[in-house]
Design a binder for this molecule. Structure first.
Ligand code: PEP
Length: 256
């Protein structure tokens, strides 16, 4: 089965004002129209996600939220449900980001429940996986990632098409320390094998995340099974993000 277009996604985290977010979304919309060989996706904060999605509707830019609850509605003060996101026009969701796992205690069971709930309501999932430096040093990177991928177990065949995986080694996020292209390629191959073994995830893309910038994206993009990027810090700067998209698009096109 032919794979989908590579994805380059920006995770804006808890950054930017409403005005800054909409301005950056506007720049990303133009970028998405210019570079059609790549899916450009952004994850703004909750408060502007709906407005950004409405701004981007009818364009090629994909807009998502950074988290959701696993229930559709109910007494969960301060939370946002997948149903509410869909109602607000948001179609993509980031689940299992290491900052959610680290700072908010999200474990594999809750993350699996969120994946199922999000897909059930029609959100396309970008599921983040990745090991800590301690796990890597102990030789457990592959095993940790394989365990985190169990969040996909039991998912209905039809829903599987809306899942992308972001491999984000925790030690590379926001640290300026990027995985080498070889380290990324090794784990991406393992993830591809895991997805193939599960059957039904053939079109899922595997993104790399962790201090991706315009000066290291080319080498990473050239590796087999690197189907895109999830970018934090560098996605907040329109010009730098555009440079990454333009540079990587050329490399991805040459790889096919
Ligand atoms: C991220 O937050 O998903 C991320 C990869 O951040 P950064 O690019 O800043 O390392």
């Amino acid at each position: 089965m032919a794979r989908l277009r590579p994805v380059i996604a920006g995770n804006w985290k808890m950054n930017l004002t409403r005005e800054e977010s909409l301005a950056l979304a506007g720049q990303c919309m133009k970028l998405a129209e210019e570079i059609r060989s790549v899916s450009v996706r952004v994850f703004p904060g909750y408060l502007v996600a709906a407005e950004a999605a409405s701004l981007a509707s009818g364009s090629s830019l994909e807009v998502g939220a950074q988290n959701c609850h696993n229930e559709s509605s109910g007494a969960y003060t301060g939370e946002v449900s997948p149903a509410q996101l869909i109602d607000a026009g948001v179609r993509h969701i980031l689940i299992g980001h290491s900052e959610r796992r680290q700072h908010f205690g999200e474990g594999d069971t809750l993350i699996a429940a969120k994946v199922k709930a999000a897909l059930k309501h029609g959100l396309n999932v970008t599921l983040c996986v990745g090991e800590t430096i301690g796990e890597r040093d102990a030789g457990k990177a592959g095993a940790v990632v394989a365990t985190q991928l169990k969040a996909l177990d039991g998912i209905e065949q039809d829903a599987r098409l809306g899942v992308d995986i972001a491999y984000e080694p925790v030690w590379a996020i926001g640290t300026g320390r990027t995985a080498t292209p070889e380290q990324a390629a090794e784990i991406h191959s393992l993830i591809r094998a895991e997805l193939d073994a599960k059957r039904g995830f053939a079109v899922s893309r595997i993104l790399y995340g962790g201090s991706v910038k315009s000066d290291n994206c080319e080498a990473l993009a050239s590796k087999k099974h690197v189907d895109g990027f999830l970018i934090g810090g560098a996605s907040l700067k329109g010009e730098e993000f555009a440079k990454i998209v333009r540079t990587s698009a050329v490399v991805f096109a040459a790889k096919q």
